[in-house]
Design a protein around this ligand. Structure first.
Ligand code: BDP
Length: 673
């Protein structure tokens, strides 16, 4: 098994197929029926695929309201006088989602006796963000070149585009941003609009809309204007004409994603205008076509070098209430940058008058690239379940679904881990991260463990030993990465540029907040970033109950301790050991966890096909070596600063610090040029 089929069943090729009847003319309904014909084993009743408003369903009292927009229902019913298994939804794509839900149910061991599946998405926008460049290189991509073959589009549409759309539809993803947030204006030229339109034509049948990252200075680069100032009427007119041009080619174009005034990208602040001015000007251009703008809050420029973690809040919170009604502000899960663990971003809960779309990274820029096994479900879940402290019961999920503040626009964005590798994501377990993103964007209240289970069953088949073992490995895997890269709330300790491997010693980069030493602040006395009142006071960006909890190391969860506090090496931890001892214990625990994952995987050898088993085993071998490297390099560095010995029983680093500092990886993948 080369992994191409992802979590989508083998196809019931050798078994008898089910009789599937489709009512209505739509292409999407036909796709739903084909999916069931190919993949559903023979059932005792015929299957009927129909939209809820089909005449034959009158009397079943399935109205759009009870199904929810884009929702589905799968259940036994009497249709035209016959007992059938009905797959329905209020819109065509809802029916397709229902077909996939039925397959998921059957492929993870369910039967149809009392089947009653019904669900509708809790977010409106479930979007992949591709950081794909027009030359085919994927920024932070570890699974090959971009899937989009821009050069031969629109003439040649690779059949893989439909497979991509099908996989996304199977987990409810309904949007895709085709190009990198570090955007080239070229994406907005006529030839590239035609190429994007060709992709949109393929995706449309699967309910997926296309979006583009827009470079804010495009009116200058493409339009020959002297400025991109959003308050200049000529600039607004240029964008309006551009939007009209895009909508002529792609009538259901979703809208724009914008990274502005961040890491050197142009933006409204170049002209003294605000993020809201910029976003609203673009929003006006797409508004007549029902388009939206997703404006990213990932900013850190020259304003607040005192604490990078504070900047997005500082710039965006005052703008709450000033965005147009078709703008969402897109906020990363944490305030710095997709670290293995970060406290949730303080903007969640702080902008009640603005719909916020949560941005997660599916690709593992900071969690071991494609090679390390790190199931991100628990990371997503931890953030979504976090209480904002603003109101009783308000969680990040309730903000993101729009429920907390009554927004109808809502969504989750995931930076894709998809490339041209045969197995799409550079390794079987990375597919689970794509999968869990889609499932949680659909319903953030699903548990990461339940999702791991259904993924494992569909991916490896219904062998309980395989499922239990794989799920156990997955559920501990992300914590293992936290332990061996940066336990107790440490963050941003990665080597420069490519972010592959440890670089806690790096201190020579031009801007202070690019350097790991800026984040850990270790010295002879202690370690950690003081974000309380005696430091940057970033804690004050959280609601008062959380601000109080985070202000005191005693009430700060150990997992976030050094994110919020600078503490002496001999600080007493709740278990009675010192901070230093606890750090070492966690580094050791992370390494041991990877050893254990590898031996658990070894037990599955007779139960998993050779191709996927071997690749995963090799990757776990890499991870074992690299976990040790992270631990050893980090401890060698901390010891060079604190002068402390390792606790008894903890092995000395394999090499001296200098050896670790000398490692260099000029060809590490994914690094922006
Ligand atoms: C960082 C990546 C960088 C992205 C940036 C972003 O290192 O490549 O361009 O985020 O999200 O994580 O804009």
């Amino acid at each position: 098994d080369d992994g191409y089929r992802l979590w989508l069943g083998e196809g019931a090729t050798t078994q008898a197929r089910s009789g599937v009847e489709v009512r209505g003319e739509s292409e999407t309904l036909r796709l739903a029926a084909d999916e069931l014909r190919r993949n559903l084993p023979a059932l005792s009743v015929p299957v009927v695929v129909a939209r809820a408003d089909d005449a034959a369903l009158a009397g079943l009292r399935l109205d759009a309201r009870s199904l929810g927009s884009e929702g589905y229902a799968v259940r036994r019913a009497q249709v035209a006088g016959r007992e059938v298994l009905l797959v329905t939804g209020s819109v065509d794509v809802g029916v397709l989602y229902g077909a996939f839900a039925l397959l998921r149910h059957i492929n993870s061991g369910g039967d149809i006796a009392n089947i009653d599946l019904a669900s509708s998405p809790q977010t409106k926008l479930r979007i992949l963000n591709h950081w794909d460049n027009l030359d085919g290189v994927v920024e932070r991509g570890y699974s090959g070149q971009s899937l989009w073959d821009w050069w031969v589009l629109p003439d040649f549409k690779d059949p893989r585009y439909a497979d991509y759309a099908r996989a996304n539809a199977s987990i409810g993803i309904n949007g895709t941003v085709l190009n990198n947030v570090n955007a080239k204006a070229d994406s907005l030229t006529a030839p590239y609009i035609a190429k994007a339109a060709a992709l949109a034509d393929v995706f449309r049948l699967y309910g997926i809309r296309v979006y583009l990252s827009a470079r804010f200075s495009a009116p200058i680069e493409l339009g020959g204007l002297k400025t991109a100032d959003p308050r200049d009427p000529a600039v607004a007119a240029w964008w309006k004409a551009k939007a009209d041009e895009i909508y002529r080619a792609i009538p259901d174009f979703g809208g724009f994603l914008v990274k502005a005034n961040s890491e050197g990208q142009p933006g409204p602040r170049d002209y003294g205008a605000s993020h809201a001015d910029g976003a609203n000007m673009l929003a006006a251009a797409v508004k007549p076509h029902n388009g939206i703008v997703m404006w990213r809050a990932f900013v850190y420029a020259d304003t607040d070098p005192e604490d990078r973690a504070k900047q997005a809040y500082t710039e965006f919170k005052p703008l709450d209430g000033s965005f147009a009604d078709n703008v969402l502000v897109q906020v990363k899960n944490g305030a710095i940058d997709f670290q293995p663990r970060e406290p949730f971003h303080p903007l969640f809960g702080a902008m009640p008058r603005t719909p916020l779309i949560a941005e997660f990274q599916i690709t593992k820029e900071y969690l071991g690239f494609a090679t390390h096994l790190a199931y991100l479900g628990p990371l997503f879940e931890e953030v979504l379940d976090a209480q904002t402290g603003v109101r009783r019961g308000e969680t990040v999920a309730s903000v993101v679904t729009g429920k907390a503040d009554g927004h109808s626009l809502s969504g989750m964005a995931g930076v894709a881990n998809i490339g041209r590798d045969r197995d799409w994501s550079g390794g079987t377990f990375n597919q689970a991260n794509w999968y869990v993103f889609g499932r949680m964007a659909w319903d953030p209240s699903l548990s990461s463990e339940a999702i791991a289970r259904e993924w494992a069953a569909q991916t490896f088949g219904n062998d309980p030993v395989v499922i239990d073992t794989v799920v156990a490995m997955m559920m501990r895997s992300r914590e293992a990465v936290v332990d061996y890269t940066g336990p107790l709330g440490l963050a941003h300790l990665f080597a420069t540029g490519h972010h592959y491997g440890p670089g806690p010693w790096v201190s020579d980069l031009a801007r202070p907040e690019w350097n790991p030493v800026y984040y850990h602040r270790a010295d002879r006395q202690g370690i950690g970033f003081d974000r309380t009142r005696t430091g940057s006071n970033a804690v004050a960006q959280y609601a008062p109950v959380l601000a109080r909890r985070y202000a005191d190391p005693k009430t700060t969860p150990p997992e976030e301790l050094l994110w919020f506090h600078h503490l002496p090496w001999d600080y007493k931890m709740p278990a009675g050991n010192t901070l230093w001892e606890e750090m070492v214990r966690r580094y050791d625990r992370g390494v041991a966890e990877v050893d254990s994952m590898r031996s658990q995987w070894a037990t599955l050898r007779p139960r998993i096909d050779a191709e996927r088993w071997t690749k995963t085993d090799a990757f776990l071998g890499v991870q074992q070596r690299e976990a040790r490297w992270w631990r050893d390099a980090s401890l060698a560095y901390w010891m060079s600063i604190n002068g402390l010995p390792l606790p008894n029983g903890s092995a000395a680093p394999q090499h001296d610090l200098e050896w670790y500092r000398q490692q260099s990886f000029p060809f590490a993948p994914g690094n922006p040029k």
